[in-house]
Write a protein that binds this ligand. Structure first.
Ligand code: FEO
Length: 387
């Protein structure tokens, strides 16, 4: 595939990872891209690179526009190796180039690639003249790592914010208006829920910076480039960063002999009877990263496990660890499960949900196989709580 000119003399030259299905525990069923942007001006500049195994693909695209030896600046907006992994290979092709990065980027790049990379450090608001265009740098710490920054081209109204506004989508299309919006929106939500969710405060700061500048194009480092849906995406990011939820519940569970499943079904019904949209999510059949996407919009979360060996079923344990790390806020929660004799699982779940700072609604612990009357009583009690 050829490079794609996104504005005169500015090209997408990234790599498409069609086969990617796992991004450190996040299921990426649509693959991904690593977007790199080549700016042809007096000083030729490349903004970000690609994962190491797609270097040849990026280089081929660059070569279709210019001789890579002519690259003067490589902007490293983010040290994580899906974006910096090809910098050492590229420097072999353009030995005169300088890598521009943030103060934390300098530290990170040296600790990834050794002390000899030719670096120039920029700070928030710094500008670099590359010819008739200039590059302005906006530090965005923790969106996604301490080193993260955005590069803005004021003359073109193009913002290149790296991970922010990304989506894990491999596609032949490059722009949001060439691709189904509902899929793009879903993948942006999944990306936010699984990568960006812990950093809502920092996202809000970044959004303030973005709203203060005119922007025609947002070129994230993953997925489709935004030019038609910029305001929609900024609105979504604002909602997600502020943990705005819908009247929706998720009931997440694993089960041994279907007793915990019976409780999950009764809880699900209690939500529906209370006018709350609810999703029943068995951990055997739903990936934890998809459950986090559902949770992004959910005001309520119920988590259930039977007691196994005085603790939780492993899938429930894994989900709770993952969810707690992503630090969703402002949720209402309840723990549930069946047990034979010890019954520790529900207490363990309750503790994690409490540690997350959620408002706890109930703790439902039923022995062996709950009979219909017991489930009905439980359901009615829960409906009272949900009133
Ligand atoms: Fe796409 Fe934080 O790297």
């Amino acid at each position: 595939m050829n490079p794609v000119e996104i504005k005169k003399d500015i090209y997408w030259v990234g790599g498409i990872d069609w086969d990617l299905r796992n991004f450190h525990g996040y299921s990426t069923e649509r693959g991904s891209t690593y977007n790199a942007y080549l700016i042809v001006d007096d000083h030729i500049t490349l903004v970000d690179t690609v994962k190491h195994y797609l270097f040849d693909e990026m280089l081929e695209r660059i070569c279709k526009v210019i001789d890579p030896a002519k690259i003067k600046y490589i902007i490293s907006n983010h040290v994580e190796m899906d974006h910096s992994g090809s910098i050492p290979f590229l420097l072999e092709r353009c030995p005169g180039a300088t890598v521009i990065t943030s103060p934390n980027g300098e530290k990170g790049l040296k600790m990834h690639y050794g002390p000899n990379m030719p670096l120039k450090v920029v700070n928030n608001g710094d500008e670099l003249k590359i010819g008739k265009r200039s590059l302005k740098f906006v530090l965005m710490p923790m969106v996604h790592w301490p080193d993260s920054m955005a590069t803005y081209i004021p003359e073109e109204k193009i913002l290149l914010p790296n991970d922010a506004f990304g989506q894990h989508i491999a596609s032949s299309e490059r722009f949001d208006d060439e691709f189904p919006w509902e899929i793009l929106k879903h993948e942006a939500a999944k990306y936010y829920a699984n990568i960006v969710l812990p950093y809502g405060r920092q996202v809000n700061k970044a959004l303030e910076a973005v709203k203060a500048i005119p922007v025609d194009i947002i070129g994230p480092s993953h997925g489709l480039i935004l030019r038609s849906k910029i305001s929609d995406m900024i609105k979504l990011y604002g909602d997600w960063a502020n943990n705005v939820t819908a009247r929706k519940a998720i009931v997440v569970y694993d089960t041994m002999w279907n007793s915990t499943k019976k409780i999950a079904l009764a809880i699900h019904e209690a939500f529906l009877d209370s006018g709350i949209n609810a999703r029943l999510l068995n951990l055997e059949t739903n990936h934890i990263s998809d459950i986090m996407t559902e949770m992004l919009y959910a005001e309520y979360i119920a988590v259930g496990s039977p007691t196994l060996n005085n603790g939780l079923l492993p899938a429930v344990s894994a989900f709770l660890t993952y969810m707690k790390g992503l630090a969703p806020k402002n949720r209402k929660a309840l723990a549930f499960g069946s047990y034979g004799w010890g019954g520790q699982s529900v207490d363990e779940i309750d503790k994690v949900l409490n540690d997350c700072g959620f408002q706890m609604l109930d703790k439902i612990k039923l022995q062996y196989v709950p009979l219909e009357g017991v489930l009905n009583d439980m359901k009615n009690k829960l409906k009272e709580v949900l009133k």
